[in-house]
Design a protein around this ligand. Structure first.
Ligand code: ATP
Ligand code: MG
Length: 236
């Protein structure tokens, strides 16, 4: 479902007239139902890789051919509108941090992706409650605003929001960093269900043993060398 060829990302540091190489020459394939663990030292480019595939960053080299439910599409060159549709319908991303919005409750934040897909409000909230309960967020907090939640509570909302709707590809950037043991277990159970349903996943996990039973392959990103490269023409 995803074929990545020679993918690379450099950041322009304008003040220094230099480029930082986040990662280079990455090639791998992901099949439906596979889980690839992304590993490597701090700064190797793990988070940047996931952001490139979600297109929060635009890669500067290579291709990432994703076979969507509609047609194959190169995530490197796809138009922003196509990426927006993929994010709405097929590709999920969980970061370590939630971006709470003022005066939007935890339950609303989690139900929102389903509402966007046309699910009736009552059903969307029922599913949101089920997922928050499974992840162990106290019921008293469901109608509350996540901006004041603890780090772990925010992470539960962030995970529930990302996992509530059907996806074909899920990108997980250290989603367990602030979770207690019960929530980590609930997440592992949920991920293994999704895997059985054919969802492909790429994940960064600080403690690989948390997802040991789920990993099909490990993608080791070596430290980028050289760290700094002179500025050069980037791929369109
Ligand atoms: N927006 C940015 N602008 C400039 N450089 C960046 C940017 N984002 C990341 N980098 C650089 O790219 C490199 C890779 O960063 P990244 O966050 O992907 O590493 P990581 O493998 O996820 O590390 P960690 O294990 O610490 O989370 C780092 O050297 C970082 O400084
Ligand atoms: Mg990271």
């Amino acid at each position: 479902m995803l074929t990545v060829e020679n993918l690379g990302k450099r950041f322009k540091i304008h003040a220094l007239k230099r480029e930082v190489v986040a990662f280079e020459g990455l090639s791998f394939t992901l099949q439906p139902g596979q889980f690839i663990m992304v590993s490597g030292p701090n700064g190797a480019g793990k988070s940047t890789l996931l952001r490139c595939l979600y297109r929060s960053y635009r890669p500067t080299a290579g291709r990432a051919l994703y076979v969507s439910s509609q047609r194959p599409i190169d995530l490197v060159r796809a138009a922003d509108e196509d990426i927006a549709l993929l994010r709405k319908r097929e590709i999920g991303y969980v970061s370590q941090f939630l971006r709470p919005r003022p005066r939007v409750s935890a339950l609303e934040l989690v139900a929102e992706p389903l509402l966007h897909l046309g699910t009736p409000q009552e059903e969307a909230e029922r599913q949101a409650a089920g997922l928050l309960e499974a992840l162990g967020l106290k019921e008293a907090l469901w109608p509350a605003f996540p901006s004041t939640f603890s780090g772990g509570e925010q992470q539960k909302v962030s995970l529930a929001r990302a996992l509530i709707r059907p996806s074909r590809l899920i990108l997980l950037d250290e989603p367990t960093a602030s979770l207690d043991a019960a929530a980590r277990q609930a997440l592992a159970t949920r991920l293994s269900e999704l895997k059985r349903q054919g969802v492909g996943m790429l994940g960064i996990f600080h403690h690989p043993e948390e997802v040991a039973g789920l990993v099909d392959h490990t993608l080791e990103i070596p430290p980028a060398a050289p760290l700094f490269a002179p500025e050069r023409q980037t791929v369109a």
